[in-house]
Ligand binder design. Structure first.
Ligand SMILES: [Zn+2]
Length: 307
């Protein structure tokens, strides 16, 4: 009796050993030769992160086809956190990098982004000569780009800068060569993923909004990243009517000095029953689209130091 039990036990252990070894060798065979450089798991949905970078702007688009697009990079004070955040997501390459306009709350973290990631194409607006910033932040960004021997693409409204068959990114602004305010030079982009659309306004204000309306662009979208952090100088009634979003995003810092988002803008959104998400109260916001419907997740890890 004892012997039989021992034999069964030995047989069981041997089988277990074979299974274990086979399992190991199989997994080694499958994973080693074809291991991708990135550790990121493949996505089944398009993801749009409205990153909480305090009183600034940064949005990350990740596509199931593997491309990553970054629109703005927040403040200089958050550059380490931003690069760490992107690396934690498994990102090593940004296929498109957009600096909507050269204000420090949008390009502050971009020098570090250029230095830390492989970059495909960089887009910036062409600024009139007498308005080109002389700030350290802007100069250092240009130097970082130059150090990589990269050239800057000037954003042209009406141009499609990305189209892989399932996702399309179009530039809708700036439509003029000169503006009074740097904010209106903002590159405005529209992402179309299946039937879902996302508008990214940068800090574009009334002047640029009127131009986009006059150009006759299709401005309708599901999610509108509000211009200029929800300031009353953006999101005019006509523009909001044309965009007709179901949700709006305000990217702003907690208790910021500008009173962003402004009451007037919030009232407009409320009266149109637009769901509002704010990075100051909702942290990093993630929208995910399967091409037909989208879902929103809030309170993801903040990137900002003061959040
Ligand atoms: Zn701004």
């Amino acid at each position: 009796m004892k012997k039989t039990r021992l034999r069964i036990f030995t047989l069981f252990m041997t089988l277990l050993g074979i299974l274990f070894l086979t399992g190991c060798s199989l997994s080694v065979n499958f994973s080693t030769p074809s291991a991708p450089a990135s550790t990121a798991a493949p996505l089944d949905k398009a993801q749009i992160y409205y990153l909480d970078v305090g009183q600034g702007d940064a949005e990350l688009i990740r596509l199931p086809t593997g491309e990553n697009i970054l629109i703005d990079a927040g403040l200089k004070s958050g550059d380490d956190q931003l690069t760490a955040y992107l690396k934690e997501l498994g990102i090593s390459r940004l296929d498109i990098l957009i600096a909507t306009h050269p204000h420090a709350d949008h390009i502050g973290g971009m020098e570090a982004v250029v230095q830390n990631f492989e970059i495909g194409e960089i887009y910036m607006p062409k600024i009139a000569d007498d308005q080109v910033p002389t700030t350290v932040t802007y100069t250092r960004l240009l130097e970082a780009i130059q150090a990589k021997n990269m050239k800057i693409n000037q954003a042209k409204a009406g141009e499609t800068i990305f189209d892989n068959g399932s996702a399309v990114l179009e530039i809708l602004a700036p439509n003029s060569i000169e503006y009074k305010d740097l904010n209106d030079y903002s590159i405005v982009t529209k992402l179309t993923y299946g039937n879902n659309r996302f508008l990214f306004m940068g800090d574009a204000e009334k002047t640029s909004e009127i131009e986009m309306l006059l150009e006759g662009y299709d401005l309708s979208c599901d999610i509108l990243k509000l211009g200029h952090h929800g300031s009353s100088t953006s999101t005019t009634d006509r523009f909001l009517a044309a965009a007709s979003p179901s949700a709006a995003i305000v990217s702003c810092g907690r208790d910021n000095d500008y009173g962003h988002p402004h009451k007037e803008t919030m009232e407009k959104l409320n009266s149109r029953r637009v769901t509002v998400y704010r990075t100051d109260t909702d942290g990093t916001i993630l929208a995910e689209s399967d091409g037909n419907t989208y879902t929103v997740t809030t309170n993801l890890t903040s990137v900002s130091k003061d959040a």
